[in-house]
Design a binder for this molecule. Sequence first.
Ligand code: ZN
Length: 250
Amino acid sequence: MHLKGCAHRGIGANVMSNVANRFCSLTLASMSTHAALTHLLSSNTQWAEKFESANPGFSFQKSASELQRPPVLWIGCSDSRVPESVITNAKPGDIFVHRNIANQVHLDDDSALSALAFAVNSLGVEHVVVVGHSECAGAKACLDAAQNPSVNEDGSITTIPSLPRDAPLNRWLAPLTGFVASLQLSGKPTNEALLVVVEGNIKMQVENLCKTQTMSNAWASKKKVWVHGWLYDLATGRLKDLEVSRGPAS
Ligand code: ZN
């Protein structure tokens, strides 16, 4: 099978072309056997056909020919139940997005820091919003680890003991687990404790954002950009402003 739109077509070397075509064919063949993926592709086609007529002010052609100018950078959790554009009824071009497990802003995470720098310096977003959510599995894992700790020789806690201590997920959640352990939540019912963790995590990530070079530089130059913390409730579908916003000195 040859793929008409394959990016590798037109490569002069026969060997490269054969390898490329074989790669594309294999990729296509495997996708066509997965109902979840074919459903996504057909849904996308229907969505694209209907979107412009349902949104008279929007044009894919115009959107593609202009630079994006989203007013908001959304830093959220990867959880499939918190799709930022769906829950805010946003259109393409409205929200620049960075999502990861438990909506973290690690100060040594090149991915998050790059997204932040590009959004603030190049796109000119006016708002950076950290969005956590109820029932966050990442936050729950950290709470479980803090309440029933698997302590290492150096005093650190392995968040998920069934994984190697240096597994990516354990490395990723270690700062949040350390933060949760400092909260002393052992007397609280799990549901209450988890909400404290989720809200505390959002506030901590807002603080982390404020420590970044990007935000420091932006505020030093009086750039009008604000940082906010929001909580999404899975059970109601509603967002709540935690009122921890930070902005340029007035
Ligand atoms: Zn989550």
